[in-house]
Design a protein around this ligand. Structure first.
Ligand code: NDP
Length: 322
């Protein structure tokens, strides 16, 4: 049986939940399809669920833990009438009105939900290296989430790949548990912000392996080491580590919308005039359409914009139909 909603929000990170707070307060009773945990790191609450301390979200003088912040977002949205379903959307039909959304069997004749307006806030996920051993040992020493897995590496030697803020943040967090953290970076300079660079460079437990790429993750049932290649000389060397944290950037979660919503070559959704997509009534916010800022606060801000855009669009439509 199909359930009809005025507004459905797909995604439950800062963008989706802020959109829900605003849509809820506009009495649009939003439904959030919040996603579900998967082995590839997807989970309700988005990327902040994989973060430790958030120091730059305004209003928290001493910082706040990512999962705690998302729990507060969630409860705040619930307070204004947001309903949640813990599931993934498996198919969308944006050509019909109302829009159709399927959860579960994408081949089912009838959609699970229909929506007059749709807010896409599906975020982005961690990129992987694609080297031998990485996928096989994911969860057995290979990780994309220091917060989730750092605890398992107490007293161990581990490595982090990447030179951006994520890599340095992960490395700094992992020093709480590991004896040593080696940051493996393919270039001779970091992409991360200066403040993070300084913290990492100054840290006694952190060492850098410059101009190096990981070409293989080694280990039988758990990680025992990584093979590292010097990007200038091509020389290879094995590094004995018990864990490898991959922190090399993200990919937007837009497969669901291929062929229906306009996207850039990189897969990020194209928005114009605020949060509008190329399909009238479909709005996009947060990391799924932002490869530039990618911050919790900018995602939350664009979630607010999407809800206001959706509310106004619904109002205009109803006024036109009256
Ligand atoms: P970035 O895209 O900023 O950095 C990715 C890093 O991974 C780069 O150093 C890149 O190398 C390297 N890399 C990419 N692909 C490969 C590969 N195949 N093999 C080896 N290395 C690779 O991603 P982040 O996730 O670090 O950050 C994303 C955004 O989020 C940024 O804007 C960042 O500032 C922000 N952020 C902010 C935080 C904060 O303020 N607390 C915390 C975390 C993220 P190269 O440099 O050579 O391209």
């Amino acid at each position: 049986m199909t359930e009809h909603r005025q507004v459905v929000v797909v995604g439950s990170g800062p963008a989706g939940l802020t959109a829900s707070i605003y849509a809820g307060r506009a009495q649009l009773s939003p439904l959030v399809v919040e996603g579900e945990p998967s082995s590839t790191g997807d989970q309700p609450g988005g990327q902040l669920m994989l973060t430790t301390e958030v120091e730059n979200f305004p209003g928290f003088v001493e910082g706040i833990m990512g999962p705690e912040l998302m729990q507060a977002f969630r409860e705040q949205a619930a307070r204004f009438g947001t309903d949640y379903v813990t599931a993934k959307v498996s198919r969308v039909d944006l050509a019909s009105r109302p829009f159709g959304l399927w959860v579960g069997d994408p081949g089912a004749a009838e959609p699970t939900y229909t929506a007059e307006a749709l807010i896409v806030a599906t975020g982005a996920k961690a990129l992987m290296l694609g080297v031998p051993g990485e996928e096989r040992l994911l969860g057995y020493g290979v990780s994309t989430c220091a917060t989730c897995d750092g605890f398992f590496f107490r007293g161990k030697e581990i490595a982090v790949v990447g030179g951006g803020d994520t890599a340095l943040e992960e490395a700094l967090f992992l020093t709480r548990f590991a004896d040593s953290v080696t940051i493996i970076h393919r270039r001779g300079e970091l992409r991360a912000s200066k403040v993070m660079q300084q913290r990492a460079l100054d840290h006694q437990k952190i060492t850098f392996r410059w101009h190096s790429s990981v070409v293989e993750v080694q280990g039988d049932t758990t990680v025992s080491g990584v093979r590292v290649r010097d990007t200038r000389t091509g020389d290879e060397e094995d590094l004995a580590v018990a864990g490898l944290f991959v922190a090399i950037g993200h990919q937007p979660n837009t497969d669901l919308f291929k062929g229906q919503l306009a996207m850039e070559d990189t897969g990020y959704l194209v928005t114009t005039d605020g949060t509008r997509t190329n399909v009238e009534g479909v709005f996009a916010c947060g990391d799924v359409q932002d490869h530039r800022y990618r911050q919790a606060i900018t995602a939350a801000g664009s979630g607010c914009m999407a809800a206001i855009d959706a509310e106004r669009w619904l109002e205009e439509r109803h006024a036109g139909a009256a």
